[in-house]
Design a protein around this ligand. Structure first.
Ligand SMILES: [Zn+2]
Length: 255
């Protein structure tokens, strides 16, 4: 049974980590330290007081504006905070108080950070994906739910699929369809989730990416020439898979 207080605590933990993720999303592509200096307004550079830095609440109380200069705070801040809290909550409801929950909340936070950096800057940061591959592989030696051989296969299958699609795509379309950043991202997810889950993650990613692309082009928000980053869709596909992978597999085998 799950008690109300645990559910509240895991959600609040997600909100706090989400708040820190916002710092990472802003600073990592700018090669700034994620620890120093303290949070400040990107417009007027005034320090943000602790009371104005409470996840979700401060954004609502300040009506989405900096207390000092009144410039608008991006809606991305409360969105990332809520999203992280929400993902943590679902992971906890599925996996309970377990080592799997701990690993999955770490992985999903890395994925949220990568997804938003890719959305904003069209890059997948190596400083997360490369250590992620190593950490995912090392963890597989110590946890009961994934064998190291599965983790190794996940790295090869994940990175390999994107590499091959990228090469074929660049020959057909004569431009880079998928970057090296996506290869390392898929390898990282493969290291954590193994070869079956990374295949499901990538399939979902392609499906959701194509769907979003069609909708964005039909609604004339983007043109056919625009680059739509693929990282966010791999990240979304992976989070769906780490939550409901077994259900997806048994549904698929049921055909
Ligand atoms: Zn300001």
């Amino acid at each position: 049974m799950y008690y109300g207080i645990e559910i509240v605590l895991i959600f609040v933990l997600g909100l706090i980590v989400g708040s820190f993720s916002n710092v990472c999303i802003y600073r990592i592509p700018r090669n700034e330290s994620i620890l120093y200096p303290a949070s400040h307004c990107p417009k007027c550079h005034s320090n943000i007081k602790a009371l104005d830095n409470i996840p979700l609440l401060s954004y609502i109380l300040l009506k989405g504006r900096c207390r000092n200069c009144k410039s608008k705070i991006s809606i991305q801040y409360p969105v990332v905070e809520f999203l992280t809290g929400f993902i943590y909550l679902i992971i906890y409801l599925i996996y309970g108080l377990s080592i799997q929950t701990l690993i999955y909340i770490i992985l999903s936070s890395a994925l949220v950070i990568i997804a938003f950096i890719d959305l904003n800057e069209q890059i997948v940061p190596d400083v997360i994906s490369l250590p992620g591959i190593v950490i995912g592989f090392i963890i597989s030696f110590f946890v009961p739910y994934i064998l190291f051989i599965n983790s190794a296969l996940g790295i090869v299958v994940g990175g390999g699929i994107i590499l091959v699609i990228g090469l074929v795509g660049s020959v057909i379309f004569k431009k880079e369809a998928m970057g090296g950043g996506d290869v390392k991202l898929a390898a990282m997810i493969g290291a954590f989730l193994g070869w079956r889950y990374i295949m499901i993650s990538l399939f979902l990613g392609f499906f959701l990416g194509a769907l979003a692309g069609i909708i964005l082009i039909l609604s004339k928000i983007k043109s056919r020439e625009d680059v739509i980053p693929f990282g966010p869709f791999i990240a979304l596909g992976s989070i769906i898979t780490l939550l409901w992978g077994e259900k997806i597999i048994s549904w698929y085998l049921g055909f």
